[in-house]
Ligand binder design. Structure first.
Ligand SMILES: Nc1ncnc2c1ncn2[C@@H]1O[C@H](COP(=O)(O)OP(=O)(O)OP(=O)(O)O)[C@@H](O)[C@H]1O
Length: 249
């Protein structure tokens, strides 16, 4: 499978403190990749670098074979990469309809096309067309964030902590939608604390610790490796409660 997103020796820092220490990651076109790892491993930072919200201090980011280091988020969105940030990225004081109209590439689609894309996938949003986004439930807001991403017709969708603050049942529902989106050919990279939710829909799992990707394999293999490492105590402290609990130890 050809790579659609490729990172080579990517370093990134907040001020003088480097938090990505040479990330290598190859995301095959059409795959769903779960990006796992303990708190502070650098997963969100990596998502920010991939989506142009943060600049790598060195290394290479390629999207569809083009070098995209330093490209702005809107340029990357036009090139087919869209990110749903941690904490959803909806405008709470705007209605559902307004949020959709303001989505990344809205200028390229008619309002009718935008609504059709969003409401076909998420009928619940159609019922709440005029409701302020901030007054919806957490799950509905996450649906709106996903819908906003979808109307940009992305080739690559980056999702940071889909499960943030949501009940497991709703998270499962959202991952099912993500799996359907992936079935239509969208490449997905999902950062997730609840490893088992993401692994259930993933083709591959990447594990980050201490600012590097330390494992990349099929979910079953990564699950076993993580469990062994966890039992062995090597990564135990690092894995954190959620990932540790999610692993079959
Ligand atoms: N805005 C920031 N300024 C300074 N340091 C930051 C900032 N954001 C993150 N960091 C630090 O960078 C490191 C990596 O953080 P990051 O959020 O990328 O990790 P993560 O793997 O996504 O963690 P989590 O699972 O807890 O969200 C951490 O040590 C964190 O404290």
């Amino acid at each position: 499978m050809a790579a659609i997103l490729e990172l080579q020796d990517v370093h990134a820092a907040y001020g003088r403190i480097e938090v990505l220490h040479g990330v290598d990651l190859t995301v095959p076109r059409g795959a769903v990749v779960a990006l796992l790892g303990p708190n502070g491993a650098g997963k969100s930072t990596l998502m920010k670098v991939c989506s142009g919200r943060m600049r790598a201090t060195s290394g290479h980011v390629h999207l569809g074979g083009s070098h995209v280091n330093g490209a702005a988020p809107d340029a990357l969105a036009r090139a087919g990469l869209c990110m749903i940030p941690e904490g959803r990225g909806v405008f709470p004081n705007l209605t559902v309809a307004e949020n959709l109209r303001l989505s990344g590439l809205a200028g390229q689609a008619t309002t009718a096309q935008i609504y059709e894309t969003a409401f076909t996938r998420f009928p619940r949003l159609a019922e709440r067309y005029d409701q302020l986004a901030g007054s919806m439930s957490g799950g509905e807001q996450q649906m709106l964030a996903m819908a906003r991403a979808l109307v940009t017709n992305p080739a690559v969708l980056l999702v940071d902590e889909l499960s943030m603050g949501l009940a497991p049942l709703i998270v499962r529902e959202l991952y099912e939608v993500l799996a359907q989106i992936a079935e239509q050919g969208v490449t997905v990279v999902a950062v997730e604390q609840f490893a088992d939710m993401a692994l259930a829909v993933a083709d591959f799992a990447a594990v980050m610790t201490h600012g590097r990707v330390v494992a990349f394999d099929e979910p079953g293999v990564v699950r076993r490796d993580l469990a062994e490492l966890y039992l062995g105590g090597d990564l135990g402290g690092d894995l954190g409660g959620d990932l540790g609990r999610a692993m079959p130890v």
